[in-house]
Design a protein around this ligand. Structure first.
Ligand code: GLU
Length: 549
């Protein structure tokens, strides 16, 4: 029996040969230096902040080189796949402006000439290449049962050996064709493994564009390539897809670094030119003094939804990830505070190669605060409304009921050279402006933050004197002069210098008087510009609030 006939028995019904597949996936017609990258998630339904980082890298390097970034769904582990996993990845990334040149665009549709881009739809392709390896005697049928595998594993653990099927453990390697066929005819289940030509004691040189050239032990494990249900394993599918889809750069987290010898070997066995590899350090967390990888199980902030639900603008998250991606980005951003990530050219050499990058929440929030401070009042209004539409019905209704009034509020100390940085995230907004809406002010159980003046009668005295002369049409100077007028009348220093020289001559200063007014209308001792707050509220409301006391 020829090897070809034998391969046909092991993997029957394969529609095309590998040579035919090679022709179906011709070279891409791209300019010199254009990168082809892929974002290759498993559809497990959870968009991790690291996934955002990963897709950002893929997209960015392809785009800046005039290349192609495609989305490939690695769903060969069906147990981990969830319903609507693909559309949830696509939608989440789209909300961060990450879209792909090729790949699935919904659960059922896709674009691009190198598809299908969902691995479970490519079963015939992997089988064609597995047949090739069988024909070339580089792969074999293995009948090791679950129990046998478990026994081998236990033995290896006990004697502190490497885990896996290699050397003397690879006992089905030398079964004759006849024996294999007989066992198959007897209904025994089998999988296909490579016949690894490597030796663990050989060191191979591998080059990574972030980590440099490293020595790693050659792979000697007879890796599974096709499982008993005919589905390929991740390693096999990924190497074939990267080849057929003409990926030039595989960019991924360094948890995959240890798989590199396997991938390099698979490329060699299949006669492929390997892509370039880029492994970047994971985001980490300081957990009571121990630095560990950000964990999807333990850390709520590992989920992108943690930030979107808090109303952190997606642009700020991307700016933060860009500071992680390239160590010189932050300096650039300081120089170009209004800069767009697209104006910055990323460099593999500037990706941190160390063991990890601390996921720095205060830094992220600081970036976010700066970002929101530069938005116009219209933008803050629209984005707060967007946020409230999902998460705060009460705020949404107020914003819709009073659009112009709300924009005036958002404009306090905004759209100026040094804008006020009062919001880190859109969920902060309500807590900072609630007192501007009677609907919220009147229902709150209020606690007034009176400062140096706490005597009720004195407070009333100040407010009564003030409301008599206050006019909402006053300009800022006139407004301030009127507060001073109240000071002079009631024995407070209208001039801070005079107060500092002779504090005993006065009941207090102009600062104390304006604080009384501030607290009376807002309950807060610290607020943005009081003149603006009073002007926007209008005399009637100011009076009403004075009367509440
Ligand atoms: N499917 C793998 C994952 O979920 C991708 C690894 C790679 O990029 O090669 O992370």
């Amino acid at each position: 029996m020829t090897n070809k006939e034998y391969a046909d028995i092991l993997l029957p019904g394969v529609k095309h040969t590998w040579e035919e597949y090679e022709k179906m996936y011709p070279e891409r017609n791209l300019p010199e230096g254009a990168m082809v990258t892929r974002y290759a998630p498993s559809p497990t339904g959870f968009v991790h902040i690291g996934a955002l980082e990963s897709s950002f890298f893929d997209k960015k390097f392809a785009k800046q080189s005039g290349g192609v970034c495609y989305l490939r769904i690695e769903d060969t582990d069906q147990e981990r796949s969830i319903e609507n996993g693909i559309s949830s990845i696509i939608e989440s990334l789209k909300s961060f402006n990450i879209t792909f040149d090729e790949g699935p665009i919904s659960e059922t549709e896709e674009v691009g000439n190198y598809g299908p881009y969902i691995q479970t739809k490519r079963a015939d392709i992997y089988r064609a290449y597995a047949k090739r390896l069988i024909e070339e005697d580089k792969a074999y049928a293995s009948f090791l049962s679950k129990e046998e595998l478990e026994k081998i594993r236990e033995e290896q653990m006990k004697s502190k050996q490497r885990i896996g099927i290699y050397g003397r453990y690879a006992k089905d390697r030398n079964l004759s064709k006849e024996e294999v066929i007989e066992r198959i005819n007897n209904g025994e289940k089998f999988i296909i493994r490579i016949k690894s030509p490597g030796s663990f004691f050989n060191k191979i040189k591998v080059t990574d564009l972030v980590k440099g050239t490293m020595e790693m032990p050659e792979n000697d494990i007879d890796e599974v390539i096709i499982k008993s249900d005919g589905i390929p394993t991740y390693h096999f599918a990924s190497v074939i897809d990267d080849h057929l889809m003409h990926t030039t750069h595989v960019i991924r987290g360094d948890e995959w670094l240890s798989s590199l010898p396997k991938h390099i070997q698979l490329n060699e066995m299949l006669g492929f030119k390997p892509p370039k590899y880029v492994h970047y350090a994971p985001l980490t967390k300081n957990d009571n003094g121990t630095i560990r990888k950000l964990s999807k199980r333990k850390d709520p902030e590992a989920a992108v939804s943690y930030f979107t639900e808090a109303g952190v603008p997606r642009e700020a998250i991307m700016l933060y990830l860009a500071t992680v991606a390239n160590s010189n980005f932050e300096g650039w951003l300081d120089q170009n505070p209004n800069g767009n990530i697209d104006d910055f050219t990323f460099d593999f050499k500037k990706i941190p190669s160390s063991s990890g990058t601390l996921f720095d929440l205060p830094k992220l929030y600081n970036i976010s605060k700066n970002y929101i401070s530069r938005l116009t009042k219209e933008e803050v209004y629209n984005r707060t409304l967007d946020y409230a539409s999902k998460y705060d019905e009460e705020l949404k209704e107020l914003l819709l009921k009073y659009p112009d009034y709300s924009k005036e509020i958002f404009n306090i100390e905004r759209e100026q050279k040094k804008p006020r940085k009062d919001y880190e995230k859109f969920s902060d907004v309500k807590g900072q402006i609630w007192y501007m809406y009677d609907e919220l002010f009147n229902k709150e159980d209020k606690s007034y933050e009176w400062q140096s003046i706490t005597d009720k009668d004195e407070i009333k005295n100040i407010l009564n004197s003030y409301i008599e002369i206050y006019s909402e049409s006053d300009d800022k100077e006139t407004w301030f002069n009127k507060i001073k007028e109240v000071c002079d009348k009631l024995g407070y220093a209208s001039d801070m210098k005079a107060y500092k020289e002779n504090p005993d001559n006065f009941k207090g200063s102009v600062a104390d008087v304006s604080t009384v007014i501030r607290v009376a209308v807002t309950t807060k001792s610290q607020t943005p510009d009081l003149y603006e707050i009073l002007r926007i509220l209008g005399k009637e409301k100011v009076k009403e609030r004075f009367n509440l006391l």
